[in-house]
Ligand binder design. Structure first.
Ligand code: KIV
Ligand code: NA
Length: 262
């Protein structure tokens, strides 16, 4: 498999939808790599992996640890590491922390949530050798300040501000943008307003690619399923049935058999 680059990712716009999946460890990264164009080490790992209720308490140390694991499992994948909440509140912090990601892992890019208000920070990173993926629309790191997860693009004003956000992040030098939780017709217009790929999650089909959290798409995360998730596997049922089967065989002495015995 040929690893994508900033250039090939940008060129894919209008040619082929980009396939992005999250991963948090080498095991799953290895399974995801053959089909994914881009692997995202999302701060969603704070829920899926660490069991917290939102992304806000994820730390840079955690992101670096998981990004190293993913890079070990998927050496031929373009890997993006989420900058966690509180690590890019100003230009200097953002650069210092993004440099840590680049020096301590093999990540190809970092991802930052925010639009016009974060453009200056994105510009500071891109002009100092850090490739940046933007993230606009519903911003999970604003969960507490917005009082929940709010779908964007419901008014003309929101549509115009999403377009401004995308343009500002593109101008700041980002090579692609994740657009989350946006009405499909609006996401389509936002995608048309910039030359870099817009990768959607809960943003409909008329964008330049899709991203899903692996534990959602594999049906492993049972707590709740957002409308935009399609389950490509009944993961939790399969895993629970397998463990139950193992339990029964251990308790009845059916496992191990001769073939499992030295
Ligand atoms: O953290 C994450 O997994 C993400 C995706 C939902 C885009 O940011
Ligand atoms: Na994230």
């Amino acid at each position: 498999k040929k690893k994508m680059t900033i250039t090939s990712i940008k060129k894919s716009k209008g040619n082929k939808p980009l396939v992005m999946v999250t991963a948090y460890d080498a095991l799953f990264a290895r399974l995801i790599e053959p089909s994914a164009d881009i692997i995202l080490v999302g701060d969603s790992l704070n829920m899926s992996f660490a069991g917290k209720s939102d992304t806000l308490s994820a730390t840079l140390e955690q992101m670096i640890y998981h990004t190293n694991a993913v890079c070990m499992g998927a050496e031929n994948s373009f890997v993006i590491c989420d900058m966690p909440f509180g690590t890019y509140v100003n230009k200097d912090d953002a650069l210092k922390n993004a440099i840590r990601v680049f020096q301590e892992t093999n990540a190809d890019s970092v991802k930052i949530e925010g639009g016009v208000d974060k453009a200056e920070i994105v510009k500071h990173l891109t002009s100092n050798g850090i490739a940046v993926c933007g993230h606009i629309g519903l911003l999970p790191q604003a969960f507490r300040s917005e009082g929940g997860y709010k779908i964007k693009g419901k008014t003309e004003e929101e549509k115009l501000s999403l377009i401004e956000d995308a343009k500002a992040i593109e101008k700041a030098g980002a090579f692609c943008i994740v657009i989350e939780g946006v009405k499909a017709d609006v996401a389509k217009e936002v995608a048309k307003s910039v030359d870099i790929p817009l990768i959607g999650i809960g943003a409909g089909v008329n964008v330049d690619g899709q991203v899903l959290v692996f534990s959602d798409m594999l049906g492993l995360f049972e707590e709740f399923t957002p409308k935009f998730v399609k389950k490509y596997l009944n993961g939790s049922t399969l895993v629970k049935d397998a463990i139950k089967n193992y339990k029964q065989e251990v308790e009845t002495g059916a496992f191990p058999q001769d073939i499992h015995t030295y």
